[in-house]
Design a protein around this ligand. Sequence first.
Ligand code: BJW
Ligand code: ZN
Length: 252
Amino acid sequence: MEQAVIDKVKELIKQAKRVCILTGAGVSAESGISTFREAQDGKGLWSQYDPKQLASLDGFLQDPEKVWQWYQWRREVNQDKKPNPAHITIAQWQKQAKASGKQEVTLVTQNVDGLHQQAGSDPEKYEVVDIHGNIWQNHCLQCGEKHLEDVTGVQQVPECKSCGGQVRPSVVWFGEALDEKKWQAAETAAFCCDLFLSIGTSSQVYPAAGLMMLAKSQGAKIVEINPEPTQSSVIDYQIKGKAGIMLSKVVS
Ligand code: BJW
Ligand code: ZN
């Protein structure tokens, strides 16, 4: 890795007034959570499972039990996973920035695993937007009511006590709109930032992938951290490497 790029990004981070960080599955890879689109010796989720069947409303309507059980399996696999240095560096950065009052750091995450929040990127204290939802939460497909009861080990799709509808995981599936408030917050952060960091995402899923272009159109500098750099033409600085290692090099 070219030291000059690291030094430049370090400087950009120091100087920025408003930072927007967009994270993807790669940020949780060092915690042992599978990404979606990587070959990873066949371990990428979408190389083993069909997203049309498991991550779409049509798939759920066709076979609710199958989709519910797949998410139960994902929850089981994820439950003992811990935040890694990437999550921790971002959380500490947000904390310091807020304390100093000199920088605004908004975290927009596509991840549903909750590890940013576990590391301390608490949405009640800092700007944190989970645009694709949260795998640990559920709501009723029919009436939208949140279902907070513990569903550990439940293999049948729970029934909503208010309306009898089916309970589903509170994640955003393909073809579904993102929560409007969250999306607005994400767009505002990208629109207003002077530095945009894209970390651990393949930038293939929209509308999230469009945030980088939005930031660029307003003059922000764009930095990517990824062991497999993407081909986006709007990136100013590419840091090739793992998020946990590289973030601690550029964030002091
Ligand atoms: C590391 C690393 C390490 C590895 N360190 N890095 C425009 C054009 C074409 C299509 C569309 C479009 N607009 C919308 C669409 C359709 C669709 C879409 O984008 N499809 C594309 C795939 C073509 N988008 C949607 O359907 C969205 N909804 C929508 O647009 O609604 C419109 C609407 C409006 C009004 C009414 C109704 C509808 C919704 C998208 C929802 C995505 N959902 C998922 C599943 C969430 C639940 C679950 O977990 O099961 O979200 S799909 C999956 O992809 C998940 C992720 O958040 C998302 C992004 O993936 P990510 O994070 O980038 O992961 P990977 O695996 O792709 O990449 C990992 C990266 O990490 C790699 O680059 C590695 O190199 C790197 N890495 N180790 C750093 N240590
Ligand atoms: Zn209901």
